[in-house]
Write a protein that binds this ligand. Sequence first.
Ligand code: BDR
Ligand code: CA
Length: 313
Amino acid sequence: MKKIIQNCPIIIDTDPGHDDALAILLLEKSKMFDIKAITTVAGNSNIQNVTNNARYILDLIGSKTPLYSGSEKPLKRELIKAVVHGDSGLDGACIKVQENISDQAISKIISIVRENPGEVSIVVIGPETNIARAFISDPELPRLIKQLIIMGGAITVPGNKNRVAEFNIFVDPEAADIVFSSPVKKVMVPLDVCNDIILQMTDFERLKGSKLYEPLSKMMEKYIAGISAGEKVSGALMYDPLAAYYLINPAAYEIEQMDVKVETIGELTRGMTVADRRIWSDHESNVDVVTKIDAKSFIDDMLSILGDRKSLS
Ligand code: BDR
Ligand code: CA
């Protein structure tokens, strides 16, 4: 992949999270974007912890990207936190700061989009609560956003939270329903493609000699232990950086258009992303679903960018 400086305006809406940390670092260190804000949402841990974690990640690379905290709980439900990232949401990181909590995320998302109509891409890698609240406050907003890149959902594979639902959608299905029903352009990176891209500690050794090697190794050791205990998979699942990498190298992705709705009522199916896969269906598609990713390009480029190696694959 040739590195092209795009400088497009983006927002990262996130609940860091080990894989969120990689996604943020990847986008920041690529230097390809004008990152207008990082907005946090409760998900992997509570809003205080995930906001502290976001600040820690930005401080690791001396980034001055504005950070705003957002929703402390889902629209209509109590927060159910993740297990694999540990209690702090980012076990293995040395968190010392206590960041101010302001709930400014929603007003900032609205003002950034309104100041740059049709230009802003939002990387949505936590529950969709902030985005849904922005859409409720400003119903014109979906048509003013360039695209949402959403890590979430499962099309043909089992869920990673309940039998059928992926964590981000499971946590706030009502918010996801608002987002999926809205006319905003959506690119969905579901578990189907994420389940296949897993890194081991030996992969992260390629970062040796770079500033991020030590802190990332400590975080990834904890993440891999959490994934092994929680999901019975051995290695670090690359959920959120796969959404981030779409902006860096969309040519590495295959897409299929589908009509996807979110289950908010089912007792066993809370948060299921139900795709209409009937060949005779006449429903219009509402999401670009990623069906394949060039794993080698992703891994090589991500480790090159994080490790400050200039030449990308
Ligand atoms: C998603 O859930 C979170 O735990 C991860 O950060 C990712 O966004 C994967 O299901
Ligand atoms: Ca996340």
